[in-house]
Write a protein that binds this ligand. Structure first.
Ligand SMILES: [Cu+2]
Length: 357
């Protein structure tokens, strides 16, 4: 199916139930479930239920636990959830291809008898993934091993990601899963400290939940983090690997940092009218100048913010915390109250603090 990664970029991906990634499966501990899987691919497939206790014959490794589901066949998986927590599912046949095409999803199992402190006001689920989509093309390249150029949260790259909207004072849980082919993602939250409360191995006892502002989500793992959204504002949440907050076109370009391009540009201009060396001051300028990109591809960095251009893309979203919300629809940009906005230093400020420029 077509998956829109961000305005201007969509690609033909694979998934489940017509969406990429597949829908989140939500259940309660003790539920007995049956999952029917109809294979509409042109190739065999299976589904593995990552982290779930189940009989070995339901574990979904093609060849080991079952024969692969042939194109057109429908298989049935069945088990009883004997645990609660955050888990995942994904193809376990030709994983390199099928997972790179998007055949992954999240599983949330709620406790039958919630322990003290389990209840939250906002419970978010985010799958982290990485893709190689050559600019101007519309098929992910599953053979890529290291140079991923689209980094996603729930198969969206900023500015296509969805903000996490909270009321001031809400208790918030964010369930992160990572099924990237090759990379771990240290997910960093601005404005708050969270506690790491669970992995796909289960909930951590209170004494083992430690405070952090960045949680490393290794590939093949889930991490739950929890915090109280007690400070209104627009707060960034993003992977802290700087190449993971860039979109296409941000990699593999020549290094022109610090180049004095004037004479080069003048000479090249005789052959290529309008030629201009770019990147001497970094990537942000290219976005600002509206560098042309091929059809069906997105600039290497983000999008328009309330104050300026946001020079981040990829694995980036915004936690929007507001007083007095009546719905969790996107409330727009935060208006920083007077006296709390970074801005140009005034002469009287410089004089007061003895700053000489
Ligand atoms: Cu990352």
């Amino acid at each position: 199916m077509d998956n829109s990664f961000a305005p201007g970029l969509s690609a033909k991906c694979w998934g489940y139930n017509g969406v990429c990634h597949g829908p989140t499966i939500e259940a309660v501990e003790g539920d007995h479930v049956r999952v029917y899987v109809t294979n509409k691919l042109g190739a065999p497939t299976t589904v593995h239920w990552h982290g779930i206790y189940l009989p070995a014959g339901m574990d979904g490794i093609g060849g080991l636990n079952q024969r692969a589901i042939a194109p057109g066949e429908t298989f049935m998986y069945e088990w009883t959830f004997r645990q609660h927590g955050t888990f995942m599912y994904h193809s376990h046949h030709d994983e390199m291809t099928q997972m790179a095409m998007g055949m992954t999803g999240m599983i949330v199992v709620h406790p039958r008898n919630p322990p003290k402190g389990y209840a939250v006001d906002r419970d978010f689920v985010i799958m982290l993934s990485e893709w190689k989509i050559v600019p101007g093309t519309s098929r992910p390249d599953p053979n890529e091993m290291s140079d991923f150029n689209i980094l996603t949260m729930n198969a969206k790259a900023f500015p296509g990601t969805v903000p996490l909207v909270c009321k001031t004072g809400d208790r918030v849980r964010i369930r992160l899963g990572n099924l990237s082919a090759m990379d771990h993602h240290p997910i960093h939250l601005h404005g708050f400290h969270f506690k790491i409360t669970a992995t796909d191995g289960g909930r951590l006892p209170a004494s083992a939940q430690w405070p952090e502002t960045t949680v490393l989500v290794p590939t093949g793992s889930t991490r739950d983090v929890e915090f109280i959204a007690d400070e209104p504002g627009d707060w960034a949440m993003h992977c802290h690997m700087t190449h993971h907050v860039m979109n296409q076109m941000g990699h593999e370009i020549p290094n022109t940092m610090g180049v004095e391009a004037g004479s080069v540009d003048a000479r090249a201009g005789h052959l290529l009218p309008g030629y201009m060396t770019m990147g001497q001051q970094g990537m942000g300028e290219m976005a600002l100048m509206g560098m042309k990109v091929p059809d069906n591809s997105i600039p290497m960095v983000g999008g328009k913010g309330p104050h300026d251009y946001i020079t981040m893309g990829g694995m980036f979203t915004i936690v929007k915390v507001r007083d007095g919300l009546t719905s969790y629809d996107d409330p727009g940009w935060y208006d920083n109250p007077p006296g709390t906005q970074a801005d140009v230093a005034r002469p009287e400020d410089l004089a007061r603090d003895g700053i000489k420029l």
